[in-house]
Design a protein around this ligand. Structure first.
Ligand SMILES: Cc1ncc(COP(=O)(O)O)c(C=O)c1O
Length: 520
């Protein structure tokens, strides 16, 4: 009865499938979980999932040639998210970023203008396409030291210099929920006749409530990737790729998706995408109200806790600012006394039973969502209160007011701090340096004879032979072939000393780095 209220065709087809209990003479081999009978009990959650782990049979449609419930579910998703066409992704936004890049960069050597601080999936897309990336430096918010989007001036100048570029790819919002309007970027791209591609992995909820920022599609982007599983309610790996306008070749895009995604896509994931959309359609902004109220309560509560501060956009300055948008569901907090690093604070919060999304040298990022309640808000505030009390040293008891003074000093040192944060922060106001030369990407591995392993301390000036990816946020700090500057080497050492987790590097502890041998 409850289900009848919602139009979720794919989700309903799956429920029907489970109810019918037909005898399976098809894959998957677990036969709706029956292969596990006798080996699992009622509590076995995996066996429960198997009951709905369907495949493409009569009535369940085919993701790569949708004509029934999947086509209808994708059509309804396009309406809900403001796209002309939507494709379900079962490999996360990763699959969407790869498909977008492979559909615009069709010939090795094609140039794509790419914001430098992108998720590794974008770099992998460039490698697969054999593309040449012109990297665009992001702007930096001076208050927090965090990077957002490249400026419109940077994008415009890059398009002027590279008239043959196939498109522009940016990430919005960043992992911290920060950003600025995408409209100026969409306008410039369209003036040059190229698509604006947006990795909106962290903004699937944007545009779904008046208190939330505008979505990339509403701002005019042509291809948009959203991780529905991150900030909305789909199962992990459930994501969507939305397109509008005539600048993307949709036939090619579908071919790329068929190439990248499994021919046996997960029905629980796809049905969860359908259900996430249908809940939004059925309840509208009210679905998100509870989580937004909790976000407001946390921000209000934090005002009483002088020990911790929240990153917020600066007031209107009249200038086109780097940081005008903050996702209310990303709460970026830090120790105003400057004693606890983000990693320390994350550890303290976890000991109190509050598990953050990520941390860096300075900040902790808390991801809220439609499931966050006032009870969760109180839990967090109580945890922070207790951490503040434990951290207060004996002599500090009556000295909370001095904390802000300490913080002012630490803000003066923010030049140093901003360099320590594990997102890519190399702000370049000078357009000459904000736009890189084209960097060739490809799949040919560098042979071991061409590589040597050296201490990070000795790496300045050398060409990196590996990617180093602090995770999260998964933004490569160095990519293969990039020259390691002094500042970059220092950042690597800082990251090592602060215990950051890194992927990609052969020495994940970052004592050494692989570089290309120098010609003798
Ligand atoms: C900005 C950004 N883009 C893309 C991705 C990849 O998303 P997914 O995990 O859904 O594949 C991530 C993952 O963290 C991300 O942060």
């Amino acid at each position: 009865m409850f289900e009848e209220m919602h139009n979720a065709p794919l989700h309903e087809a799956l429920r029907e499938y489970k109810k019918r209990k037909d005898t399976s003479f098809h894959v998957p081999g677990h036969k709706d979980g029956q292969a596990w009978q006798g080996y699992s009990d009622d509590e076995d959650v995996l066996a429960q999932v198997m009951g709905i782990d369907a495949t493409e049979i009569t009535g369940t449609d085919d993701l790569h040639h949708p004509q029934g419930v999947i086509r209808e579910a994708q059509r309804l998703a396009a309406i809900q998210f403001g796209a002309e066409e939507t494709y379900f992704l079962v490999g996360g936004s990763t699959a969407g970023n790869l498909a977008l890049i492979l559909s615009v960069c069709t010939t090795p050597g094609d140039v794509l203008l790419v914001q430098r601080n992108v998720h590794k999936s974008v770099i992998h897309g460039l490698m697969l396409a054999g593309a040449h990336a012109v990297f665009l430096a992001p702007q930096q918010d001076p208050g927090s030291g965090l990077s957002t989007l490249p400026s419109a001036a940077t994008v415009g100048e890059a398009l002027r210099r590279h008239p043959g570029a196939k498109g522009v790819l940016v990430t919005h919002p960043n992992y911290y929920g920060m950003g600025a309007s995408l409209r100026p970027l969409a306008d410039i791209c369209h003036a040059y006749g190229v698509p604006l591609l947006v990795d909106e992995a962290h903004g699937a909820h944007f545009g779904q409530h008046p208190a939330l920022p505008e979505s990339a599609l509403a701002a005019g982007a042509d291809g948009v990737v959203q991780s529905t599983h991150k900030m909305l309610t789909a199962l992990t790996m459930g994501a969507m790729l939305h397109v509008q306008g005539g600048l993307l070749d949709r036939t090619l895009l579908k071919q790329r998706l068929a190439m990248l995604q499994s021919s046996s896509p997960s029905y629980p994931i796809m049905a969860s995408l359908d259900r996430s959309r249908s809940l939004l359609e059925a309840y509208g902004p009210a679905l998100l109200e509870k989580g937004l109220t909790a976000a407001r309560e946390i921000r209000e509560g934090l005002k009483q806790l002088s020990r911790f501060a929240v990153v917020e956009p600066p007031g209107a300055s009249g200038e086109p600012a780097a940081y005008t948008i903050q996702d209310p569901w990303k709460l970026v907090i830090y120790d105003a006394a400057g004693d606890l690093s983000g990693y320390d604070l994350q550890e303290r919060l976890e000991a109190e039973g509050c598990v953050p999304e990520m941390s860096d040298d300075r900040y902790v990022v808390l991801a809220l969502g439609p499931g966050t309640t006032s009870r969760h808000a109180r839990h967090l505030l109580t945890a922070l209160q207790r951490i503040a009390e434990v951290e207060m040293k004996p002599g500090d008891k009556a000295a909370t007011s001095t904390l802000s003074a300490n913080f002012s000093e630490s803000v003066q040192a923010s030049d140093v701090l901003s360099r320590q944060i594990s997102t890519w922060n190399n702000e370049e106001e000078d357009l000459q340096f904000a736009i890189s030369e084209p960097v060739a990407f490809g799949l040919t591995p560098v042979s071991s004879e061409e590589i040597e392993t050296i201490p990070v301390e000795q790496s300045t000036g050398r060409l990196a032979a590996e990617m180093v990816i602090p995770y999260p946020p998964g933004i490569p700090l160095v990519y293969g072939g990039e020259r390691i500057t002094e500042a970059l080497a220092e950042r690597l050492i800082e990251l090592r000393n602060s215990g950051a987790k890194c992927q990609g590097a052969a020495d994940s502890q970052l004592y050494t780095i692989q570089v290309l041998k120098e010609e003798s």
